[in-house]
Design a protein around this ligand. Structure first.
Ligand SMILES: Cc1cc2nc3c(=O)[nH]c(=O)nc-3n(C[C@H](O)[C@H](O)[C@H](O)COP(=O)(O)OP(=O)(O)OC[C@H]3O[C@@H](n4cnc5c(N)ncnc54)[C@H](O)[C@@H]3O)c2cc1C
Length: 335
């Protein structure tokens, strides 16, 4: 039985891992995070019982294979429709939002879909893959245990590796001579600065989320407007646009909080009430600028595959379809 190592427990990695596992292959997934989900993580603030979906916000489903997965998730309560309401927002003035596809979210957080895919799989977290070593036709992994700081080598060699990590990180792990280096080197993911705010009283806005125009922010969302969330505090997630995020990528938390609060007040056209929670997050590799629209790339000579949203489409559906395509292509090759 082939042993497959998947690096990255985000949506693409776990979609690929699950399909390969269900086809009978032995699969181990590694992630440097403390849990699964990657850019679909949900930030919890246990002391005040707050939660924020600070990465991916919602998704649409157009491809029939993804729709089938979404229907299953809906039936089992893993995802639900999110009605918003959505608007486009320009200095307090609202207009209809772009697009009219149904929008879905994970319940009770955006990480619910990824957690569902991870169930019963061998997923190793808090382990950063720091090196790939070819041993004959197989691969051994060097790992940094982020919980202890210990460096170690995974005992089990793998017949095939699937890398689902950002291309800038993949290029450092992949051998120089693989043609996959070209795709990794040419791919760009823009950063995103994110602010999470909690308000003791409701802002009283007639919308739950807005596509923001002419402002450092490009998106704002009220967590309380999503299905399956309950909090006495009104929680908002704010995402800066790519231009602002690139310009402020190296600034500290303190340096970005005030400008983004001011941008939020300007976008909604009113003063902010008392803030009871503020935190921020810097997504260094957030949104692919030039996704390849091909699904996945394979180096069959070296038993290596790369996938992730940046190989397909810069969205949640794109990440799913990339992992799905990678697994289907591998199964076709191996059969
Ligand atoms: C701020 C933001 C807003 C977004 N909004 C939306 C939206 O509204 N709608 C939408 O459709 N999409 C949105 N997206 C995009 C969506 O979140 C992604 O397309 C999707 O989550 C990508 O999944 P992935 O598996 O390709 O990558 P990731 O989720 O990034 O998974 C890669 C994993 O690899 C791990 N990793 C990296 N290096 C190593 C290493 N050396 N060793 C071990 N593990 C490693 C990481 O920890 C991570 O878990 C947004 C993304 C961001 C950041």
């Amino acid at each position: 039985m082939k042993q497959v190592g998947v690096i990255g427990a985000g949506l693409s990695g776990l979609t690929c891992a699950r399909i390969l596992r269900e086809a009978g292959y032995a699969v181990t997934v590694f992630d440097k995070g403390r849990g699964v989900a990657g850019r679909l993580s949900t930030r919890r603030v246990p002391a005040s019982d707050l939660q924020f979906d600070h990465g991916g916000q919602y998704f649409t489903a157009r491809n029939p294979d993804f729709r089938q997965q979404v229907e299953d998730w809906c039936e089992r309560g893993v995802v639900a429709l999110w009605d918003g309401p959505y608007v486009s927002l320009d200095k307090g003035n609202t207009s209809p939002p772009p697009g009219n596809d149904p929008r879905y979210v994970g319940v009770p957080g955006m990480n619910a879909m990824v957690k569902d895919l991870a169930r019963d799989l061998d997923v190793q977290v808090s382990l950063r893959v720091s090196g790939l070593n070819p041993i004959g036709n197989r691969w051994e992994l060097d790992l940094e245990d982020l919980a202890t700081g210990e460096m170690k080598r995974w005992a089990q060699p793998f017949d095939h590796l699937v890398l689902t990590i950002p291309p800038a990180q993949a290029t450092q792990l992949l051998p120089e001579e693989t043609p996959l280096q070209k795709q990794c080197r040419e791919a760009v993911l823009d950063p995103c600065r994110c602010l999470m705010l909690g308000f003791a009283e409701s802002l009283g806005l007639p919308y739950g989320a807005a596509f923001v125009q002419n402002n450092p922010l490009r998106w704002i969302a009220c967590e309380n407007s999503k299905p399956g969330r309950s909090s006495a505090v009104e929680c908002w997630v704010l995402h800066a646009n790519p231009e602002w995020s690139i310009e402020h990528v190296d600034q500290s938390h303190e340096e970005v909080v005030e400008p983004l609060k001011i941008a939020f007040a300007e976008a909604i056209g009113r003063d902010l009430p008392e803030i009871v929670h503020v935190s921020s997050h810097r997504w260094l590799y957030a949104i692919p600028r030039n996704p390849y629209s091909v699904g996945s790339f394979h180096d069959h000579d070296r038993q290596l595959t790369i996938c992730g949203d940046w190989c397909h489409d810069a969205r949640i559906e794109g990440a799913f379809m990339s992992g799905f395509t990678a697994a289907r292509q591998l199964l076709a090759t191996w059969s």
